[in-house]
Write a protein that binds this ligand. Sequence first.
Ligand code: NAP
Ligand code: HSE
Length: 436
Amino acid sequence: MVADAIGIAMLGAGNVGGGVVAALRNSRERYARLVGRELEVRAVLVRDASRERPGLDSSVLTTDIERLMIDKVQIVVEVMGGEEPAHEYMRHALEAGKHVVTANKEVMAKHGAELLGVAAAHGVRLFYEASVGGGIPVISPLSRDLLANEITAVTAIINGTTNFMLTAMANDGVDYDEVLAEAQRLGYAEPDPTADVEGIDAAYKLAILCGLAFGLEVGPEAIDREGISGLTANDFAYADELGYTIKLLATGRLENGDLIASVRPTLIAHSEPLAKVDGVLNAVQIEGDLVGRVLFEGPGAGAAPTASAVLADVLELARDYVFTDREPAPLAALSAARVLPAEAHRSRYYIRLTVPDRPGVLAQIAGALGERDVSIASMIQFETDESTGTAELVLTTHVAEVGALRAALDQVAEAGVVQWVGNVLPIAGASSGAGG
Ligand code: NAP
Ligand code: HSE
């Protein structure tokens, strides 16, 4: 053991944990110069302590959580993932007076407020830069650099797997099932892709961003969410014809004092910077009253990029907090804003419908929409299928309330005026309000 070193314990030594261990070894001297002392990994919790781990002496591996709670450990790095027991272990570490660094979006989204309270009560810190956007700095800018701003909107692409899939669907004209199989073959999508493709992973990350940006505790269940599995190659072709691409946008936006929080496939104009964020890259766009619009873009996952974020937190803790008496800052006051129910969201919308190709159909659809104050901005009839006598319609609307829009579509579907209601997607844009 290196005398006077700062002791690190790790919960997990998998993909991200391996990246952390490798960087601690490769940059050992530089980190020691930055901090003023060496950093030493003194205990690592894993499921299988008999397996060799590159860069780690087998003597530090353990399956006993209590081996991490020793006096010679000042900082606990949680990179095991999942809700439990990670949440319980982080709480235990904070209560034992350890600073904690985590990459765990699920725990921070569901239990972040509670754990930050435990940290404050025990005079230690809980840092979580790696929980959103992998290597992209976003938690720290929201907590520090943009503090002087009132944040009005956060619009983000925060799931690399789905962004890879949507980019391929847009560029190659392929359908969902084909691109999912390709993403799984390349290791971007899990064998069970639900958390990524249904927007659950992005909703966890958005919940964390909303808490910081708007000073509001937003549970992941309060986020309006739709995944990408209902999209087809045709949606991309139609969107392209209208001047848009489709991205899974995570949006938090203040409107008349209410928070709109949603994760949805959204049409976004080709000219927008977020429309050009392709492949597995992530990006977070933040709008503040003083700074205007800033965009952070980069790798949202991967061992080295995520280790970059984890270790930034470790280095700051080691340098500024471990051996000082500095009091942790109080938690941000909670805002009075409420999270707006999903049906009250307002945006411009793209609507795809299959209709019988006969006189009067358009008038009935327009009438049902008009009765509910939904105004049509454009309409294109894309295909007529002579064999079934149906046509495919794509409408875009002016800004409308999605609840009213859906009620109108239900009405025409029930009346047989519309045969099939396809995707209803919000259209992002400054004048219309992104997301929905
Ligand atoms: P991983 O490769 O599956 O590694 C998990 C590690 O935790 C393994 O070492 C595993 O032990 C250990 N572990 C899991 N459950 C345990 C338990 N109940 N008791 C003891 N040890 C346990 O996961 P990862 O990809 O590194 O992800 C870790 C965290 O980082 C997750 O919260 C993830 O969301 C987050 N994150 C990951 C990325 C990324 O690119 N992978 C990016 C951003 C954030 P064994 O090795 O013995 O199985
Ligand atoms: N599964 C996530 C993604 C990476 O596809 O972006 C970890 O947060």
